[in-house]
Write a protein that binds this ligand. Structure first.
Ligand code: SF4
Length: 418
């Protein structure tokens, strides 16, 4: 057994073990184990369905990107920071658009944070100190299975000696699996997150609300929750896509941040998104180091412009505003709206990914890569922004994303300078 760091979800569990020979693991949840175990791979680089060498596939990919007027470079949430950095530089060189998976999930939260900032903290602080934890529109037991045991529910810490020291509340539109581990489950009507958060803000300030219920929740229950939140010593709201992708979107998060700011007049509270892919935080942080923006960045004028309503991948494809696409460790063909995928079918698509998926079927150039955390190393951001270095456990025939993108960048620079 070798110590490893799991590269599946945003928990990035750094206490796991895996034996590549027996394919057995320790402390890996079912999702993590499935990632670590061998499965079908893209066997070889391909151009138009024909097997070629890495060099030939990269040459063709570069030719497509350099001759495009406005290429879209998308994905990035399931690779390491080093590869993302080359991806951002490559996008700038080819005057394309950089977008990442968050634009279809947690991006509204990013907009809210730009407006309001985020009163955040690490998962370590939650484990050690949080005596009240609210999961709002998130379902950790199914999406981040070890989050409750490692950090937020059953985890013991310096000040939290056992489960009874912590109150756990789940707020959601349906009774999810995670509701079963909560001390209290509050079922809300879909689309009423904003109104309920506003009611909690009023009640926490000691104001009355006229309505007897808000979003399906009786006023008394909301008043009790507001009081419990004020009485906690250290509380956290972990919000999920139920908040960012329902009516209100970024305004829901902005309102929740304001609630946390208010609670911090009485006690200590933090708020944090439950990020999905293992390095979706890096997919935003790395371009932010380079150009100040996290997603939806257009370089076509030679300088970065941030406008998610125009430059997120789905919008670009729906407007048919890109004439080539590079997809790194993602599967937009399976998840994007049908009309967006129809445009993908009409333009040259390059895919870099360890595993075949729906996007492989419509890609002109397919470049298989090593699996980060198993066959390649690199730095990633855990969901709370803590950087961890994922390890290489075995040698492989596959090139890493970092090497592939570095090669592409070098050739692009040669072509543009020559
Ligand atoms: S919780 Fe996430 S990071 Fe941890 S083992 Fe499971 S899939 Fe991997």
């Amino acid at each position: 057994m070798a110590y490893a760091i799991c590269t599946f979800c945003g928990n990035v569990c750094d206490d796991v073990e895996f034996d590549v020979n027996t394919q057995k693991g320790k402390k890996l949840c079912a999702l993590g184990l499935a990632k670590f175990r061998e499965k079908e791979r893209i066997k070889s680089p391909m151009v138009d369905g024909k097997e070629v060498s890495y060099e030939e596939a990269i040459e063709k990919a570069v030719e497509i990107l350099v001759s495009a007027k406005k290429p879209l470079l998308y994905g990035w949430a399931s690779t390491v920071n080093e590869a993302i950095r080359y991806g951002v530089l490559l996008t700038e060189k080819v005057r394309g658009v950089y977008d990442q998976c968050a634009s279809v999930c947690h991006a509204p939260g990013t907009l809210a944070v730009i407006e309001e900032g985020i009163p955040g903290g690490s998962l370590g602080a939650v484990k050690n100190r949080a005596d009240m934890v609210i999961f709002w529109g998130s379902n950790p037991l199914e999406a981040h299975p070890r989050h409750p045991t490692r950090y937020s529910v059953m985890a013991k810490g310096f000040l939290i000696k056992n489960r009874k020291d912590r109150k756990v509340v789940v707020v959601d539109v349906r009774k999810t699996k995670s509701a079963s581990m909560a001390d209290k489950f509050i079922q809300i009507r879909p689309g009423y997150d904003y109104a309920i958060i506003s009611a909690l803000r009023a009640l926490a300030k000691g104001e009355d609300i006229e309505a007897d219920e808000v979003g399906g929740v009786p006023k008394e229950e909301l008043a009790e929750l507001a009081e419990e939140m004020k009485s906690a010593k250290y509380g956290v709201i972990f919000y999920g896509l139920g908040v960012t992708q329902s009516r209100g979107r970024d305004r829901n998060v902005e309102n929740a941040v304001k609630l946390i700011q208010l609670l911090n007049r009485y006690t200590r509270w933090i708020i944090w998104p439950m990020r999905g892919h293992y390095n979706v935080v890096g997919a935003g942080e790395v371009p932010a180091w380079e150009v100040g923006y996290q997603y939806g960045i257009d370089f076509s004028r030679g300088y970065p412009r941030f406008s998610p309503a125009e430059f997120s991948a789905v919008e670009m494809l729906l407007r048919r505003d890109c004439d080539a696409m590079l997809v790194v460790s993602s599967d937009p063909a399976a998840h994007f709206p049908r009309k967006a995928v129809e445009h993908m079918k009409k333009i040259p698509v390059i895919q870099i990914d360890p595993f075949p998926n729906m996007t492989t079927l419509l890609s002109n150039v397919v470049i298989p890569s090593a699996v980060a955390g198993i066959e390649a190393e690199g730095n990633v951001y855990r969901m709370d922004g803590i950087v961890l270095r994922v390890k290489k456990l075995v040698d492989s025939q596959y090139w890493s994303d970092e090497k592939i993108l570095h090669e592409m960048l070098k050739i692009v620079e040669e072509k543009l300078e020559g």
